[in-house]
Design a protein around this ligand. Structure first.
Ligand code: CP3
Length: 349
C-alpha cells in the first residue's frame, strides 16, 4: 500500500496532509511512562526491542499521527563508539569521559564496526516492520540520527550545554580536531542509517538540534556539509527512501539562500516563518513543520496556527509537524486536537 507520508515526502499529491510530531513517543503519554517503568531506565527501554517497538507504535493509536518514529535516542551512537552514556535525573544525558583531544578521539570505535554494535536498534526496526505490515494500514516508519555537529556537542561538552563554549573554542582554535571528530561521526552515521533502512524504516530524519549554536557564516563548514554528505550517501544507495533534514534555528542561513543538497524534506523549526521557508526552499524541497510546540498547551492557539500553516502551504509540498519536540507536560487531549485539526483543515474524510 502506498503510504501517505512517503508520498508527501516526495511532493506527490495526497488526499490530505500527513502529520507527526517530533518526540511523539514520550513522557506526555501515561502509556509510555508505564512501559518505561516496566523496562527499568530510559536506556534499558532503548535496549529492549519489544518494549521500544511498543512505545514507537503508541502515538499512532493514541494520537492518530500518520507516521511512527523509531523509539531510541540520538546519543546511542557515541555510546556505542565507546563513550559511557548515562542519564542523570534532572541533568539529562552525561558522558563521563568527554572528547577533548586527538587521543580521546582515536580511542573511539568508528565506521561500520561502531554501527554494527547498534543491533538492538535494528532488531527494534525489524519487529516494527512486522507489526506495522500486519496492521495493514498506511502508517510509515521513520528512522533517525543526530547530525554530526549535534552529536559532537554532547561528545565534547560531556553533557547538554547552554553556551557550547568548549565545542566552539575547538571550532575557532583547533578546527582540524573538530573536523576530525565530525568526520568520524559522519562515517558511523552513514552506516547507521544504511542499516536502519536495511532493517526496514521507510524514511530517515537527521536532527541537528543544536544548529543554532553555530554562527551562520560557519554553519555550512561545521554542520550542513556533513548532513548533506550523509544525505547524498543515502540517496545514492536508496533513492526510494525520503531523507529529511531538520536543522533547528538557522533562519539566517535560509535567508541567505545557503541551503543546498540532495535530500527530500526540509524540517522547518518554529523560529523560522513558514512563508520565508516556502519562498526560499519550497520549490526544491517539501517542507515539514512548524508549529511552536508550546501552542499545544492551548487548543485555540493550536487551531490558529494549523489554519495559518494551511493557508500558507495550501496542502501542497507540506507535512504538518511541530517546530521542535513536544514537551512532557502537554495534555494528551491537546496533542490529539493538533493531529485532528491538521487532518480537518487539509480535508481528511
Ligand atoms: O518520539 C520520538 O521522537 C522518538 C524518540 C526520540 C527520543 N530522543 C526519545 C527520548 C528521539 C527522536 C530523540 C532525539 C533526541 N535526543 C534529540 C533530537 C531531537 C530534539 O528534541 O532536538 C536530542 C537532542 C536528544 C538528546 C536527549 N535525549 C536529551 C537532551 C534527553 C534528556 C532531555 C529530556 O527530554 O529528558 C534525552 C532523553 C530522551 N530521549 C527521552 C526520550 C523519550 C526522555 C527520557 C525519559 O525520561 O523517558
Amino acid at each position: 500500500m502506498s503510504k501517505i507520508f512517503i508520498d508527501a515526502c516526495f511532493g506527490k499529491e495526497t488526499s490530505y496532509t500527513p502529520v507527526w510530531m517530533m518526540r511523539q513517543a514520550g513522557r506526555y503519554l501515561p502509556e509510555y511512562m508505564q512501559v518505561r517503568e516496566d523496562a527499568g531506565s530510559f536506556l534499558d527501554l532503548c535496549h529492549d526491542p519489544e518494549k521500544a517497538a511498543e512505545v514507537t507504535i503508541q502515538p499512532l493509536d493514541i494520537v492518530g499521527v500518520d507516521a511512527a518514529i523509531l523509539f531510541s535516542d540520538i546519543l546511542v551512537i557515541p555510546d556505542e563508539m565507546g563513550m559511557d552514556l548515562s542519564f542523570v535525573k534532572g541533568e539529562g544525558p552525561v558522558f563521563s569521559d568527554p572528547v577533548r583531544t586527538r587521543e580521546d578521539l582515536d580511542k573511539l570505535l568508528g565506521g561500520e564496526a561502531a554501527a554494527q554494535k547498534l543491533t538492538y536498534v535494528y532488531d527494534t526496526i525489524k519487529l516494527l516492520r512486522e507489526k506495522l505490515d500486519a496492521r495493514g494500514d498506511d502508517k510509515a516508519l521513520i528512522g533517525f540520527t543526530g547530525a554530526p555537529w549535534t552529536l559532537a556537542t554532547y561528545m565534547i561538552e560531556g553533557q547538554g550545554s547552554k553556551s557550547y563554549a568548549i565545542s566552539k573554542k575547538m571550532m575557532y582554535s583547533d578546527p582540524k580536531l573538530l573536523h576530525a571528530i565530525l568526520a568520524k561521526v559522519t562515517e558511523v552515521v552513514k552506516y547507521y542509517l544504511q542499516k536502519q533502512i536495511e532493517a526496514g524504516v521507510d524514511a530517515v530524519q537527521i536532527f541537528d538540534s543544536w544548529a543554532a549554536a553555530i554562527e551562520p557564516a560557519k554553519y555550512d563548514e561545521f554542520s550542513w556539509k556533513y548532513m548533506v554528505e550523509i544525505a547524498e550517501y543515502i540517496k545514492e544507495k536508496f533513492p526510494h527512501i525520503p531523507v529529511i533534514l531538520f536543522p533547528k534555528g538557522i533562519a539566517a542561513f535560509i535567508e541567505c539562500g545557503s541551503v543546498y543538497g540532495n535530500f527530500d524534506v526540509f524540517g522547518v523549526d518554529w523560529g523560522t516563518p513558514m512563508a520565508l521557508a516556502k519562498e526560499k526552499l519550497g520549490e526544491k524541497y517539501v517542507l515539514q513543520g512548524n508549529m511552536e510546540p508550546c501552542r499545544l498547551y492551548s487548543k485555540e492557539a493550536t487551531t490558529e496556527c494549523v489554519e495559518a500553516l494551511q493557508k500558507i502551504m495550501g496542502g501542497k509540498r507540506h507535512i504538518f509537524n511541530l517546530g521542535h519536540g513536544i514537551l512532557p507536560d502537554v495534555p494528551v487531549e491537546n496533542a490529539k486536537h493538533f493531529v485532528s485539526e491538521c487532518h480537518r483543515v487539509s480535508g481528511k474524510r
